[in-house]
Design a protein around this ligand. Structure first.
Ligand code: XIL
Length: 417
């Protein structure tokens, strides 16, 4: 086995990632559910009736080879209740007013954005805009580890539940974000001193607990986020450090066990066009797929800027090759920064509109591109000024929720005008 790995490493480092992920390592690990010597559960096993085995019929991507991953598994943390909408909260009918979401319907497209319950509670105009214009939402931070699992034995689903409830009330789908990432992690994890097997138990329990809580409520999960370097190799992330490259296959296996109906995505930024990173992502997901890891899609974050967007022809070719693998593609976090341009404001907004329109146009032309999401509802809520330290206006609506040229460009395209 080791020898065959070495031979394959010499052919391609990236191909070997797939081998390490799914061919070499699982073989020496125990079967799911089997007692693993030395793996002490971080929390006692839950008594909740979680069905662990996905059925072929209910599994997205059931046409893919059956999963051959067999990492030791775990139960969700004890005492957690599955998410339920209170019965008094009737589900509203989606509005029929003209909107992006209505236009998107005819393209079989989810149009979405990232949000936070804080924005919705304090800004009723923003929450009305969200419900009227979008048919998908993604929690900007509410489901990240530091929020949802701040202490070893404590989960806080309140913010995630508020968003899923809002989505249900307004007929919106939800993307789950994010299970495996090395940012926005709580100190108990980042400062933790554990053995490899304990780290596996910690990651497994986290994934099983969070995904089980929202079982049946999430259209797609970002299972692994930002694991690839610019040069296409795997990044030396927190989880890479603790568990090696096979943490990726583990995460997908555990997520699939916890919710067989959620589509499972690899999500990243900077691999949208054709470049070493997108090559690496392609090789990674192809390797996962070929070795039976349950992956259903690739998320392209698309944090871009005027002059920085991938050429449409490259984006199209990249999406197309992923679609040919049978994978679904989502534009997951689009925003277009204006701050590096010296043009006048009107020109900048027009160029921004062109970029949004171009990306959506490519998405509409690739049959497996099913969702188009921006990272924030209005410029007031964009993360970019905080991230870059400079003011910016990267989204579809200005600070007051007034639609910008980018919004009208999207509407025009969706209306086939
Ligand atoms: C960002 C949020 O928008 C910020 O509010 C937070 O402080 C940091 O994370 N890629 C991702 C997102 O996958 O989770 C990031 O979100 C933006 C980059």
């Amino acid at each position: 086995m080791v020898e065959s790995c070495i031979v394959k490493i010499s052919r391609s480092i990236i191909l070997c990632l797939g081998l390490l992920l799914a061919a070499c390592l699982p073989a020496r690990l125990a079967k799911p559910g089997a007692a693993t010597p030395g793996v002490a559960p971080a929390t006692p096993a839950s008594t909740s009736a979680i069905q662990e085995t996905p059925t072929a019929a209910s599994t997205p991507g059931a046409n893919l080879p059956p999963a051959r991953t067999n990492f030791p598994s775990c139960e969700p943390a004890a005492g957690l209740l599955p998410f339920k909408i209170a019965s008094a909260q009737a589900i509203e009918k989606p509005t029929d007013a003209p909107s992006m979401r209505l236009l998107a319907k005819q393209h079989d497209l989810f149009i979405g954005t990232a949000t936070d319950p804080g924005y919705l509670q304090n800004d009723s105009a923003a929450s009305q805009l969200l419900a009227r214009e979008f048919n998908m939402l993604v929690p900007e931070v509410a489901m990240k580890w530091e929020i949802i699992h701040p202490e070893p034995e404590r989960y806080d689903f309140s913010r995630g539940d508020a968003l899923v409830t809002f989505a249900r009330q307004h007929g919106m789908a939800v993307r789950g974000h994010v299970l495996v990432w090395d940012l926005q992690m709580p100190a108990w994890v980042t400062n933790g001193q554990f053995t490899r097997q304990e780290w596996m138990q910690i990651l497994c329990t986290h994934i099983k607990s969070v995904v089980s809580h929202y079982r049946g409520q999430i259209y797609a999960w970002d299972v692994v986020n930002e694991a690839v370097n610019q040069d296409g190799t795997l990044r030396n992330t927190f989880w890479m450090n603790k568990l090696g490259p096979e943490h990726i296959a583990m995460a997908f296996q555990w997520a699939r066990e916890a919710d067989p109906n959620a589509k499972l995505f690899y999500n990243d930024n900077g691999g949208e066009g054709l470049n070493p990173k997108s090559q690496g992502i392609y090789a990674l997901v192809q390797g996962l797929q070929q070795t039976g890891v349950p992956i259903d899609g690739v998320g392209m974050q698309m944090h871009t800027s005027l002059g920085g967007a991938p050429p449409a022809i490259e984006l199209s070719a990249n999406m197309q090759r992923l679609a040919e693998l049978g994978l679904e593609i989502h534009i997951t976090e689009m925003d277009v920064r204006l701050q590096y341009s010296t043009s006048d404001n009107e020109t900048k907004l027009a160029q921004q509109a062109d970029i949004y329109q171009q990306v959506l146009s490519v998405c509409l032309s690739v049959h497996n591109c099913k969702a188009f999401l921006t990272w924030g509802l209005t410029d007031r809520y964009s993360w970019i000024p905080g991230f870059t330290g400079k003011p910016d206006a990267p989204l579809l609506y200005d600070k007051d929720g007034v639609p910008k040229p980018a919004y009208f460009a999207i509407v025009k395209l969706l209306a086939n005008q």
